[in-house]
Design a protein around this ligand. Structure first.
Ligand SMILES: [Zn+2]
Length: 181
């Protein structure tokens, strides 16, 4: 297994739309495994493929906090391929979110409280997941990543002005890493 480099804001890859996975190849399985490893190492609870530089519709979600995740194996973090939100509750919740591509930034984001997700598991089997609360939030956040949507897009303009300084700091680190690594 390999720990992958997490692409940080404002890496342009984070704004690209990901392609559907047509076939679950060895490479896709390896990507999913490495993403799980990378997420665990970074103490994240979710990670999307563009965050590790792959424009493929693959996300991983950590199950420990996924108490309402109704999938087969709850002991290991799981990969979801071509995930889609097929139902969303009107009821929404505001809670704090972070993102591994934005170190140190936490924002209160409004999301649907419950979602139903359809995806393929790593064996290529179609699965449906009902999620509520935190896991529902993680799924919505990660699926947004597959369309180039970031959590900073979800806050009102006035709040965006408030985080300008923090965003600049993250961007500065990004430029530094590009120059010296
Ligand atoms: Zn994120």
């Amino acid at each position: 297994m390999t720990i992958l480099e997490i692409k940080k804001y404002p890496n342009p890859i984070l704004r690209k739309k990901c392609k559907e996975v047509k076939e679950i190849t060895k490479e896709i399985k390896a990507l999913a495994r490495n993403m799980v490893e990378t997420m665990t190492e970074s103490e994240g609870i979710g990670l999307a493929a563009p965050q590790v530089g792959e424009l493929k519709r693959v996300i991983v979600v950590h199950p420990i906090r996924n108490r309402s995740l109704k999938a087969r194996d709850e002991t290991n973090p799981q990969a979801f391929i071509n995930p889609k939100i097929i139902r969303k509750s009107k009821e929404a919740e505001i809670d704090e979110e972070g993102c591994l591509s934005f170190p140190g930034l936490f924002l209160k984001i409004k999301r649907a409280k419950k979602v139903v997700i359809e995806a393929l598991n790593q064996e290529g089997k179609k699965i449906q997941i009902k999620a509520e609360g935190l896991p529902a939030r993680v799924f919505q956040h990660e699926i947004d990543h597959l369309d180039g949507i970031l959590f900073i897009d979800k806050i009102p303009f006035r709040q965006r002005l408030k985080i300008r300084k923090k965003l600049k700091e993250i961007a500065k680190q990004y430029v530094f890493n590009r120059l010296f690594n």
